[in-house]
Design a protein around this ligand. Structure first.
Ligand SMILES: Nc1ncnc2c1ncn2[C@@H]1O[C@H](COP(=O)(O)OP(=O)(O)OP(=O)(O)O)[C@@H](O)[C@H]1O
Ligand SMILES: Nc1ncnc2c1ncn2[C@@H]1O[C@H](COP(=O)(O)OP(=O)(O)OP(=O)(O)O)[C@@H](O)[C@H]1O
Ligand SMILES: [Mg+2]
Ligand SMILES: [Mg+2]
Lengths: 256, 256
């Protein structure tokens, strides 16, 4: 109960937010109670549900700066079993303070502990950097999912991320596990995708999810409609692959 | 002489680095002397030229922390008219200090002034965040190029970026101009791309480059070979579109 899973990569545009939104929606469909927290000041988790400025009562950064209680920042997504906490109160607010103190305060971890008993999974969507926000998400997590876009820069970005993860595990969070590495935007018609896929499966062996997420334009279209893919077009490859991933994760635990 | 152009977007994976590398390579082909500076700790500019750990003598962050002179960090790309400054000395170095002081020090701007007389254009590739690094790049720049991936999240990200740019222009850099907004990964076969393209052209009017960069797998493949697209396959759509963009930029100045 209450496993905290952070979705991390400093490489931009690899599918962190798309994975967060669609995996959570799939797990919710499989009757798991889910909370998704948006630690990325871009606020694309709330964008994915069509939240406008006036729909957001408060966000995780308001809690981190102690101006709000975390219970007051939990928003419904109108999907059963699926709640979210946006990143910030008002996207447009000038100079909004996104600063998170370096790790010594372990602020985020303490904040989340009160929620663990209410949800089966708590996911954290991270910004594209190895900043304090991502470090806090690594310290707070029980496990992590690392999306790897099947392209060259994303492959090269792995080294630094694994180095940070190892350092966090050693000094702050010895229990931190890899839930898995997720191949995203896979297009087996092109050699680059195949080459990256083979390299990743060879180097990371059993840590890579069997499920791969294909490049599927539907996944890029659905944020415009403010819904996860499974709620908009459940038979497209984007929806089916994230549902498959959700089942694979539950199978890892021996529960389905 | 010596125009400093920053390529910025906090949205990840929109084609900042791909634009930096391929636009610079095209301008160099058109006999302009070019310097490309990598302000992104990911270091993907050097990755694009196949630089390994031992090829890097020093980077811009070494200059910012005053441990090196900028002249000593300039590396040849083996392409005529095209030099680069990597982001850091050693990609793998632990805890490497990427900290840039907030704007009050205007450190980067002062560092670059000595180079302006040696190059016709100095480009800065930025990390995917609205951090101090990006702010410094906005303060140092004469003009900026903003890549917009033709997808929904990238479109939504514009508001915050324009807000920061306006604030920088007002308080720190009144001469800052928009060189242009660049539509990237355009695929006119799908509605999403068309919708974003039309929205951007309608809202930003004359600020959007005529040239659009199509989604072209070659652009994603060439970093593996350590070359810009024009040096590897000059007839692919990726190469021709960036060459077209280079010409459009020179036409803006009335020189070709
Ligand atoms: N499997 C996929 N097929 C097609 N498009 C996808 C897929 N996954 C994500 N996308 C699209 O690619 C873009 C990047 O994805 P996304 O924004 O989720 O990545 P991210 O890692 O969260 O980015 P950032 O680093 O900015 O936080 C988005 O426009 C998204 O809609
Ligand atoms: N026009 C294009 N067609 C196809 N692939 C592209 C195109 N432009 C960029 N890419 C690929 O898309 C991915 C993202 O591009 P790139 O890394 O240049 O973006 P970025 O904005 O610099 O990312 P980051 O935010 O991580 O710095 C890369 O794998 C790149 O090779
Ligand atoms: Mg994201
Ligand atoms: Mg980049």
């Amino acid at each position: 109960m209450g496993e905290i899973i952070s979705i991390v990569s400093q490489k931009g545009g690899v599918g962190k937010t798309t994975t967060a939104v669609n995996l959570c929606a799939s797990l919710a469909r499989l009757n798991r109670k889910i909370l998704l927290i948006d630690l990325d000041p871009q606020g694309h988790v709330s964008t994915s549900f069509g939240f406008g400025k006036f729909d957001i009562k408060g966000g995780i950064y308001d809690v981190i700066h102690s101006s709000m209680n975390i219970e007051d920042t939990i928003h419904s997504t109108n999907i059963t079993n699926f709640d979210l906490i946006p990143s910030n109160f008002d996207n447009e607010e000038d100079g909004k303070n996104y600063y998170i103190a370096p790790l010594k305060e372990l602020k985020l971890k303490n904040i989340l502990s009160s929620l663990k008993s209410h949800y089966e999974f708590i996911f954290i969507d991270c910004p594209p950097s190895l900043s304090n926000a991502t470090s806090n998400a690594l310290v707070s997590a029980d496990s992590i999912i690392i999306p790897i876009q099947c392209e060259y820069y994303a492959l090269k970005a792995l080294g630094k991320l694994l180095k940070l993860t190892r350092a966090i595990k050693k000094h702050y969070n010895p229990e931190l596990q890899y839930r898995g590495f997720l191949l995203t935007m896979v297009d087996l018609r092109n050699n680059l995708s195949k080459r990256v896929m083979n390299k990743v499966r060879y180097t990371l062996k059993g840590l890579v999810f069997e499920t791969m997420i294909p490049r599927n334009i539907r996944l890029a279209e659905v944020p415009y409609y403010g819904k996860p893919a499974i709620e908009f077009d459940k038979s497209c490859k984007g929806s089916t692959s994230y549902l498959e991933l959700a089942k694979e994760i539950l199978n890892q635990d021996g529960t389905t």
